[in-house]
Design a protein around this ligand. Sequence first.
Ligand code: EPZ
Length: 419
Amino acid sequence: MDYLEIKGGNKLFGEVNISGAKNAALPIIAMSILAKNDVLVSNIPQVEDIKTFIKLLQNLGATSTLDGSNLKINTTSINSTKATYDIVRKMRASILVLGPLVARYGYCEVSLPGGCAIGARPIDLHLAALEKMGATIEIKDGYVIASAKDGLKGANIVFDKITVTGTENIVMAAALANGTTKIFNAAKEPEVVQICQILETSGVKIEGIGTSEITVHGTNKELLNLPKITVIPDRIEAGTYLCAVAIAGGEVTLKNIEPNHLVSVLGKLSDMGLNFEFNDKNIKIISSGALHPVQIITTEFPGFPTDMQAQFMALACVADGVSTIDERLFENRFMHASELIRMGADIKLNGHLATICGDELNGADVMATDLRASSALVLAALRANGTTRVHRIYHLDRGYENLETKLSKLGADIKRLSE
Ligand code: EPZ
């Protein structure tokens, strides 16, 4: 198994290109199930989750070619609507095929995704919404069996909790439904907005894009002609690199990003003492490496993203004071804390609250536990005295394209080695 060996202390300088957003590319690939044409997608991030998702669609019978960051996929040849456990267990975002499959074919079996490291990750809200739209949902042998022989019908859906993939699933299902679907308490993440914008460009009438109330007028199973799609930049990858410069010190320009997707992250970084220069789709961050403490509460967009919580915990470990983090979305998203403590961090956990007293960090052998936790350990290693080895970095490979190459080009002393 691969691991990363990082020697701390190097400042970072230069430019880094931000890749397309994994969490936009995944629902876009699922949306190809609604299309009757070849779907062409550019700026696809080259990460494991994308490869896994494409393999899922191929297992259903879709044909696709992935050339670098350009994907062509055609789903007219789909001959199975069973998403099996062996793929779904690897990536819970596979649940994104549920809405499109039942909307188009009137029947599908999707393995229950199960929990993951950061929490139980239920899909009850997805299923309740599809039932409101006329689907029959049965749970059998670990599979969700969804059927809607006469097609889905428009309905009023109220989400008890704001759910990103839940909103995406229902927007996509509603696009082919017979009648109008109103979604209340919808997610407003940029990735949800892009899905709605693509559907609107394909002729689906949608109101309320980017708001918590989305109205979708279905085509009554008329398949869509999807336009050429360019995946939006990955705001979490961008936030992670901003944090890398913040903790290591230096001056780095991030290219091809969307500053409007990073307002809460940039706000917290400026609270910590960082300075920025903005130039259209680029941001330059300037860091002395000195950091003020920070108070974080994770919430839905446009609030502070839970996917940036671990990275900010790493920053807080070397800030000049006491920081607090309140993780409001997931019940078990502090697993990076015990690994940071192995590096000398002073972190006290109390349920969903973390209190971090900034000090120095020292290199150690640490273990990645989930995608964003692994990036936090890399950030800590960039600052730590001595050498850190981050193990189980298959977690990182799921969502960061060429992380060690990009950091090495900026001046980090980082190598990928095999155990
Ligand atoms: C998406 O997950 C992202 N994944 C996650 O990113 C991200 O952390 C999360 O949204 C929150 O922003 C993708 O977009 C592929 P939710 P999702 O449904 O949709 C509860 C990463 O690192 N809930 O918005 O699965 C749930 O337990 C990943 O890239 C229910 O109770 O998250 C959580 O407490 C990690 N029932 C809250 O809602 C449901 O049916 C938000 O979850 C659905 C969700």
